[in-house]
Design a binder for this molecule. Sequence first.
Ligand code: COA
Ligand code: MG
Length: 319
Amino acid sequence: MPASSSPFLRRAMLYVPASSQRMLTKSLGLTVDTVIYDLEDSVNAEVKAEARDALYQHLRRLPAKPPHVSEIAVRVNNARSPFIEKDLKLAASSFVVDTVIVPKVSNIGDLREVSHILKNLENKHFKDAREKPLRVMAMIESARAIMNLSSIVRGPRLNGLIFAAEDFALDLSLTRTPDMSEFLYARSALVTAARVESIPSLIDLACTSYKEKDGLDQLEKECQNGRAMGFNGKQCIHPSQVNMVQRYFTPSEKELEWAVRVNIADEKAAAEKRGAWGLDGRVIDRPVAARAKAIVGRAEKCGLDVDGLREKWKDQEPE
Ligand code: COA
Ligand code: MG
């Protein structure tokens, strides 16, 4: 059965190519929710074995996760590739790795295959090495995957879905535009299907520009758009993108203040058996109150000062 919760925020998930020693080293000093060490498409086919070996050595030297990284993930090659067993063995053998990212998932069979291999590895070799079984996140990057979403979301160990724009555009012969309207159907289908099974992490496409003001402007636009569509994080390809992404996928001050006020007033309204009530001239009913509760929960996970705001607004009454 898929997991319906995650201890990880996954606001920004930064790819670090395993073939670059410079970037592997750099990753240790970064502050980011998730580092994804990549064995797939940022690594040239001819140096796959070398990159896997470099990543093995890198992980082996880590006594623990770096201080400002919450989750370590490994993006393996796809489930039908000749590299899959070795890639998964590397991920499962390291006690600092939390999650495996499986690219080019096209049906639930791909996830079953990965889970089957992981189970054998965990049983045979790594019984004592890991506290928890590895979580799995699936990358959705083809027409077939979109058509199979309703079964993919029931995949074993599934803890998140990631939309990958470049391969998707290639598969459908799409032309990328700055407003991303060409991906609207697929991104919306992904979020909708994931909600059916309460998949906790929905991660939006990577912004390909990472330099100068134009790059950051595009990133900001994408963050706003992704949040509004229901994604709760975004892939990053360069450290310069991480701060903005994490900021946009954290509740803003204004949003949190509103949510805390709704929470406090809603408790009072509930005590008076009132279903719908008003705040600042707007109606607050069940779904709005539930959304406010979710925002407060997310803010707590992000380490924001919710208690301080509760104290500030303790006298808030439902109108
Ligand atoms: N992870 C860790 N460190 C990174 C990084 C990354 N993804 N991207 C850049 N850096 C580091 C560089 O090593 C450099 O640090 P250093 O000078 O201390 O060595 C610093 O950040 C600045 O890098 P910069 O010169 O701006 O970029 P670059 O030219 O070295 O690299 C890319 C640019 C796009 C090639 C690189 O960011 C990259 O490979 N990104 C990942 C791409 C990827 O994984 N794609 C597949 C998933 S969609
Ligand atoms: Mg891809």
